[in-house]
Design a protein around this ligand. Structure first.
Ligand SMILES: Cc1ncc(C[n+]2csc(CCOP(=O)(O)OP(=O)(O)O)c2C)c(N)n1
Length: 652
């Protein structure tokens, strides 16, 4: 059979397709998704599950004039493939390639950008209300997963939508999975709705009886509709969506193109808010992804025939070492409890869960709630550890300030994926937490140079009287030994690794090892470079920093950091004169210009971490390209920074 997908450059190319052609197209799209993600990695499971939904939406709606908004955007690979991006699809998540999420600069069909969960309904409602106010006619539909529906924001939007009764369609893509199996009372409710055959039969029977009742035009018709509604509510068991003011269609088979198209057509014409409850299967059509939906949520490269992951053997990740450390500590400390917001696999808290199921809480995609829940636990005497990616902790900023820090409660934030994150790109970079946490009273912030030091910090943090954030990066640790008892650490103290008279580098996290490489490189040119492992971002070890500047022999200093924004924050613990010197020194601009400071001016896009660094700053590059660019590095350091202290705060 000839391929159909190659001939599709926009949805209008398949709007006249027969059902069997659409089904063939769905099959080809699936092949493309699994074949490509096998090489590139990516969100294959969710995307395989949403193929028919996406084809039906583009078939029924006249996109891009009609607006289809995807929650998160990780499930929308089929959307990319049918909106003119087939040719670049194999560049997905690579440097300068297609994003793994939706981006307005990529396509007019990407009407909304996301990456974090639960924003689609608010965004879509905004567009629908703007449409009504401006007298425009376009349709608006949002596609949201059952996982994303655990986000508080989604319900804030449902609340307003049910109140305004705006004309808009919400497609609930229910595969009963978040990344892990979905959790929570609402998830259970969706399952009940899905699996109650009695409900579906009664509902269908009653609806067909009501459909057969005659109605007449004008006011009589409206009265007839109202009577039908009243009868419907009286005899069909309650449905949360209907109670909130939505027309509910479902549950329907989200892989049955014919039902999807006919339900979507009806829903499009409905004058108020509609929920279409579509039942889908994560990984649909690709056996390994169907059988292992958690592993295929966002896998790296895999062998397409077997579904076997092509994993480079490497040291355990920071997340793994974190979870094992927490288990070790929790064995001794019954007050320690762990919280995740729908990321048991990513944070590796699934290991903690296996050991201490009653002391483990997956709260769903509800970071705000998680932080305040932790505050409550801490208030009542427990030691909660909220393991959360840096990027998702952004959601809980007010809760960190208002509920945790304001009350000075001993909550430990284990800030995973701190720093650049690679393929997930702009929406997921963990580069803001230092800046946004540092300004908050009471919280302390630390980062170890490697996984062994992270263990020590985690243990020590659980003895602090107030809130602490221990950050650690994405990916593998440095393979330093992590067995045996956890060494105590002097809280608040930096570690001097080398004293140097020409230049001192103050580094944070794994950048300490980069700093040591720089030191070696410059040694050959006769430079004596000192290295300080800062360890603490708050409180900064002022003595160590002052000493670093003294060693350099200059009163002024240059900071190279990952944020730019950190600059002011880092300066504030130094004495006034030093701070003034830093602020007044225009060479700082120079450093920030060359370094990752530009992240504060421009969102860092997706790319392998080393590639992202390469484009930004030769002296922050990975060891490989770092040596290749050694001459440049040397020249720059000699020219500009001799006699200064540099602050390295990025990690690979
Ligand atoms: C605020 C936030 N927290 C966590 C995540 C990580 N995350 C990405 S996809 C996902 C699961 C979403 O489940 P669902 O909406 O049901 O979509 P599915 O993948 O099952 O199609 C999670 C938790 C996120 N994107 N945003």
């Amino acid at each position: 059979m000839a391929g159909l997908l190659e001939g599709i450059s926009s949805p209008s190319d398949f709007r006249r397709f027969s059902l069997s052609q659409l089904e063939q197209l769905a099959g080809e799209i699936r092949g493309q998704i699994s074949g490509t993600t096998a090489r590139t990695g990516g969100h294959s499971g969710a995307s395989l599950g949403a193929v028919e939904l996406i084809l039906a939406l583009h078939d029924v709606y006249k996109t891009p004039d009609d607006k289809v908004v995807f929650d998160i955007g990780h499930q929308a690979y089929a959307h990319k493939l049918v909106t003119g991006r087939m040719g670049q699809f194999d560049t997905i998540r690579q440097l300068n390639g297609l994003s793994g999420f939706l981006k307005r600069h990529e396509s007019a069909y990407d009407v909304w950008e996301a990456g974090h969960a639960g924003t689609s309904l608010s965004g879509a409602l905004g567009m629908a209300v703007a449409r009504d106010l401006s007298g425009a006619e376009y349709n608006v539909a949002a596609v949201i997963g059952d996982g994303a529906l655990t986000a508080g924001m989604a319900w804030e939007a449902m609340n307003q939508l049910g109140h305004l009764r705006t004309r808009m369609v919400v497609v609930v893509n229910d595969n009963s999975m978040s990344i892990a199996p979905n959790v929570g009372a609402f998830s259970r409710y969706l399952t009940d709705l899905r699996t109650a055959p009695g409900y579906i039969r009664v509902k269908q029977d009653i609806e067909s009886i009501l459909e057969s009742l005659p109605v007449f035009g004008g006011p009589i018709r409206r009265a007839g509709e109202r009577i039908k509604d009243v009868l419907h509510h009286a005899v069909v068991p309650g449905n949360v969506f209907e109670e909130l003011g939505f027309k509910y269609f479902g549950p329907i088979d989200g892989h049955d193109l014919s039902s999807l198209i006919s339900v979507l057509r009806n829903a499009r014409e409905y004058p108020g808010p509609v929920v279409i409850h579509a039942i889908t299967q994560k990984g649909k059509g690709y056996r390994p992804a169907e059988e292992q939906p958690v592993q295929f949520h966002g896998p790296g490269p895999f062998e397409v025939a077997s579904g076997q992951m092509i994993k480079k053997k490497g040291p355990p990740s920071y997340s793994e070492v974190f979870s094992r450390t927490l288990v070790e500590i929790a064995r001794e400390r019954p007050d320690v409890v762990a919280i995740t917001a729908a990321m048991p696999d990513g944070t590796k808290l699934d290991y903690f869960q296996a050991q201490f199921p009653k002391r483990y809480f997956d709260v769903g995609i509800a970071e705000q709630h998680a932080a305040t829940f932790a505050a409550g636990l801490a208030m009542a005497g427990l030691r909660p550890v909220f393991a959360v990616y840096s990027t998702f902790l952004q959601r809980a900023y007010d809760q960190v300030i208002h509920d945790v820090c304001h009350q000075n409660l001993p909550v430990l934030f284990a800030v995973d994926r701190a720093g650049l994150v690679g393929g997930d790109g702009a929406t997921h970079q963990g580069v803001y937490d230092i800046a946004y946490l540092r300004t908050v009273p009471h919280i302390e912030i630390a980062m170890g140079k490697d996984e062994a030091e992270m263990r020590r910090l985690i243990k020590a943090a659980l003895d602090r009287p107030g809130p602490v954030a221990v950050r650690y990066p994405r990916g593998a640790g440095r393979n330093v030994p992590v067995d045996g008892p956890i060494e105590p650490i002097q809280w608040g103290q930096a570690e001097w690794l080398f004293r140097g008279h020409d230049l001192t580098i103050i580094a944070l996290g794994p950048m300490v090892y980069r700093a040591l490489e720089v030191r070696e490189l410059l040694k050959d040119s006769g430079f004596d470079v000192g290295v300080v492992n800062a360890r603490f971002v708050k409180p900064l070890d002022g003595d160590a920093l002052r000493q670093a500047f003294d060693d350099g022999g200059f009163a002024d200093a240059g900071f190279a950091d990952e944020h730019g924004v950190v600059l002011g924050a880092a300066a504030e613990d130094l004495d006034d004169a030093l701070e003034f010197a830093i602020a007044a020194d225009e060479r700082i601009e120079l450093v920030v210009e060359r370094g990752l400071g530009e992240i504060a001016r421009e969102f860092a896009q997706h790319a392998g971490i080393a590639a992202a660094l390469r484009g930004r700053s030769f002296f922050l590059g990975g060891a490989g390209e770092f040596l290749a660019d050694g001459e440049q590095l040397e020249a720059a350091l000699l020219e500009d920074f001799r006699g200064e202290a540099l602050f390295f705060a990025e990690q690979s």
